[in-house]
Ligand binder design. Structure first.
Ligand SMILES: Cc1cc2nc3c(=O)[nH]c(=O)nc-3n(C[C@H](O)[C@H](O)[C@H](O)COP(=O)(O)O)c2cc1C
Length: 199
């Protein structure tokens, strides 16, 4: 296995963070990885808003958590014993898990591939982060973090164009636990590999 593939298989979602801020060089490298992600039509439409303001991150994370209804969630079961999610532990009140850096990815509202573009950029950033010893968690919906007066004020303050919407967040920080989370076994039967004989 080469280093890239080892990094891909070793990356795990981290939800327990140290309060120490992510280093500037590392953050720049992570953002660079996002900028170099593929994009539909080469359009490079994703906007990345970086917030290292603890108060803003906490308020947005709490707003997102308040929107989340565990009973209504389509996701079931234990997400992670080692790094509990808001589904595993309802007492977690900040959906960003107190991560010191929150990157919000925005895409154009009227664009079919906005979610795809943000997702591939997010994965690039999370892999770059993992390679630098920085933990990350992908938050797959983000509009709800901004769906109140405070959130709308933040969008205006950040200068987000009104024809863009928040697709996802990537939260970043140094992992607080020494033990790296273990991957769940890979679900079987997902690779369909038809026989290649044409006879
Ligand atoms: C589309 C998508 C949405 C996700 N949304 C959240 C989320 O809102 N909150 C969270 O804690 N984790 C979220 N995750 C992270 C998953 O829970 C995590 O990737 C999964 O449990 C597998 O763990 P691993 O990343 O360590 O392999 C999301 C992942 C994906 C791909």
């Amino acid at each position: 296995m080469n280093e890239v593939i080892r990094n891909i298989t070793r990356r795990r979602t981290i939800r327990r963070f140290k309060s120490e801020q992510v280093g500037e060089d590392a953050l720049q490298a992570i953002l660079q990885a996002g900028l170099y992600a593929p994009s539909a039509g080469g359009r490079q439409g994703v906007l990345f808003a970086v917030s290292r303001d603890n108060e803003v991150n906490e308020r947005l994370g709490r707003a997102k958590r308040a929107h989340f209804h565990i009973q209504a969630s389509s996701v079931r079961g234990n997400i992670s014993k080692e790094q509990p999610s808001i589904l595993d532990d309802p007492s977690i009140m900040n959906a960003f898990y107190d991560a010191p850096t929150v990157i919000t990815l925005f895409g154009p509202k009227q664009f079919l591939y906005a979610v795809n573009d943000c997702s591939v950029a997010a994965e690039n950033m999370m892999l770059a982060a993992a390679s630098l010893g920085i933990g990350s968690c992908y938050i797959g919906s983000a509009w709800d973090s901004f769906d109140d007066t405070f959130g709308r004020g933040i969008l205006a303050k950040w200068g987000v164009r009104t024809d863009y919407y928040a697709v996802a967040h990537v939260v970043l920080g140094y992992p607080s636990d020494d033990a790296h989370p273990t991957a769940k076994p890979r679900a079987e039967g997902r690779i369909l590999w038809p026989r290649e004989d044409h006879g």
